[in-house]
Design a protein around this ligand. Structure first.
Ligand SMILES: Cc1cc2nc3c(=O)[nH]c(=O)nc-3n(C[C@H](O)[C@H](O)[C@H](O)COP(=O)(O)OP(=O)(O)OC[C@H]3O[C@@H](n4cnc5c(N)ncnc54)[C@H](O)[C@@H]3O)c2cc1C
Ligand SMILES: NC(=O)c1ccc[n+]([C@@H]2O[C@H](COP(=O)([O-])OP(=O)(O)OC[C@H]3O[C@@H](n4cnc5c(N)ncnc54)[C@H](OP(=O)(O)O)[C@@H]3O)[C@@H](O)[C@H]2O)c1
Length: 435
């Protein structure tokens, strides 16, 4: 009898886990990848920026895992909605939680909930066509926008704001979103870091791209680009060099302007009924290396604030969760007997797609060692469980039909390879699930 494992979540962590199970197991293994959306690939589909087409092509690798005979995609199935942990442990020998980190971290400052103050998670979901966010959600009607945070997500958000709609036309951005982007009133973007250039989290390649924007002048203040010391890792030295090279640049009159700012922390988002400004306090590092305010303030006259200060995981019903680390406590991936975790839910929302591969491999090593030599147990099937719950899962073939429909939509609109379908019902219609 084959070992039957459920992987929850079809992002990189989930799919690398499925692959590692097939590769590492000496015994026959069957893996079901359960996913709440009708579509696989997690943040590769709904996070990686639409203009980063070469990174998005990692989906072609992930697809090959879903096509392995031992692996099955079951979309439209939510843990904590359609099925519980107890259900899964009844029908599978082991369960691996790979549900990522879906929500934004909070700033905890006044005005954070004003209309116009937006979590990067929502904005990214919007331009990526995530079914949780309506394509009509954002109108870019402010001429000045602040992006808080200097990580790679902030850089993605800035690039999408700075580019013309025409530059994004060949991407898979939903057509209604492209339409909104074409009406954008944004003229000035302020990207704000609470520490210095030497502490910024963005990577060199991503930073350099900002300097190559055809539609925006990039400006850095010489005093804010200055750093003390020279003993930095190579990546950081690269960032500093690029930022300092921009510090001397004069704008050449491109339609948009990007100001990359440092040593400023947000203290209040201002406005009566909606965002009218962002109050910042100049910072420095204390002797202990903590960010402290200097009592010197400035206000940016922005109508929109995008908070890009990191993602965080949410607890899954019935699964242990640490409110301190915002992850599932584990030892090399083991949570409890027969329960495991991988990816951002295991180690927090950092690291690139590839990081999840070694992470998943570790979890699978733990799982297989734990289950080795166990007597086979006869269990009810997941099909009977889902039928009991009235759930007809979206199969891999259904997903291929959605993909085809996205290709046809792109052709009919004269756009690139594909244009995202938005909304679960639209996707289900494309694979005839609603007929
Ligand atoms: C905006 C953004 C852009 C990024 N761009 C890049 C990039 O260009 N290059 C790079 O290398 N890395 C990038 N990353 C990092 C990379 O995306 C992550 O390392 C990776 O996606 C984490 O994988 P994961 O499988 O843990 O989570 P996810 O990719 O988030 O996958 C989790 C999956 O679980 C599903 N799920 C959630 N809850 C449930 C539930 N209850 N039941 C069933 N399914 C559920 C979700 O729908 C999702 O499909 C980016 C991250 C973000 C946030
Ligand atoms: N192209 C790519 O490869 C790519 C693209 C997107 C994302 N990713 C990866 O995905 C992961 C998540 O990226 P991310 O950008 O969301 O997170 P991140 O790299 O952790 O960056 C978060 C940023 O928010 C700042 N921040 C946090 N709390 C703040 C506060 N209260 N006030 C002001 N600023 C605050 C951080 O500053 P401090 O440093 O001072 O805390 C940091 O600049 C990263 O590993 C990233 O590399 C990769």
């Amino acid at each position: 009898m084959a070992l039957h494992v459920a992987v929850i979540g079809s992002g990189p962590a989930g799919i690398y886990t499925a692959e590692a199970l097939v590769k590492q197991s000496a015994e026959p293994v069957l893996v079901d990848v359960l996913e709440r959306l009708p579509t696989p690939y997690g943040l590769v589909r709904y996070g990686v920026a639409p203009d980063h087409t070469s990174i998005k092509s990692i989906a072609n690798y992930l697809r090959r895992v879903l096509e392995l005979p031992q692996v099955r995609f079951l979309g439209g199935v939510t843990l904590g909605g359609h099925v519980s942990v107890a259900d899964l442990l009844r029908v599978y020998d082991a369960v691996v939680y790979c549900t990522g980190a879906m929500v934004d971290r909070r700033l905890g400052i006044p005005g954070e909930d004003l209309p116009g103050s937006v979590a990067a998670t929502d904005f990214v979901n919007w331009y990526c066509g995530h079914p949780d966010v309506d394509p009509g959600r954002f109108t870019l009607d402010s001429s000045e926008v602040a992006v808080i945070g200097v990580g790679n997500v902030a850089v993605d958000v800035v690039r999408v704001l700075a580019k013309t709609a025409e530059e994004l036309r060949h991407t898979d951005v939903p057509h209604d979103v492209l339409d909104r982007l074409s009406q954008s009133q944004v003229k000035a973007i302020h990207m704000v870091g609470r520490r210095g250039p030497e502490h910024a989290k963005f990577t060199l390649k991503e930073l350099r791209e900002l300097g190559e924007l055809a539609n925006a002048d990039v400006c850095v203040r010489p005093d804010e680009a200055a750093v003390l010391g020279a003993d930095f890792p190579r990546q950081v030295q690269g960032n500093i060099k690029v930022l300092q090279s921009w510090a001397g640049r004069e704008p050449v009159g491109r339609p948009r302007r990007l100001d990359v700012r440092f040593w400023l922390r947000p203290v209040e988002i201002l406005g009566a009924d909606r965002v009218e400004g962002l109050r910042l306090e100049r910072t420095r590092l204390s002797e202990e290396g903590r960010v402290v305010g200097t009592g010197e303030y400035e206000t940016l006259p922005v109508g929109m604030v995008l908070r890009s200060v990191g993602y965080q995981s949410v607890p899954l019903p019935g699964v242990p969760f640490s409110e301190r680390t915002m992850t599932v406590p584990n030892e090399a991936g083991r949570v409890r007997p027969r329960e495991y975790v991988a990816g951002w839910l295991k180690r927090g929302p950092t690291g690139v797609i590839g990081t999840n591969k070694s992470d998943a491999a570790e979890t699978v090593r733990t799982l297989l060692a734990d289950l080795e030599g166990g007597a086979p147990v006869s269990r009810p099937t997941v099909e009977s469980l889902l039928a009991e719950r009235g759930v007809r899962p979206v199969t891999y073939d259904d997903w291929l039909a959605i993909e085809r429909a996205e290709g046809e939509l792109a052709s009919s609109l004269g756009r690139g390879e594909r244009v995202k379908l938005v909304g679960v019902d639209t996707m289900l219609r494309a694979c005839a699930h609603l007929e």
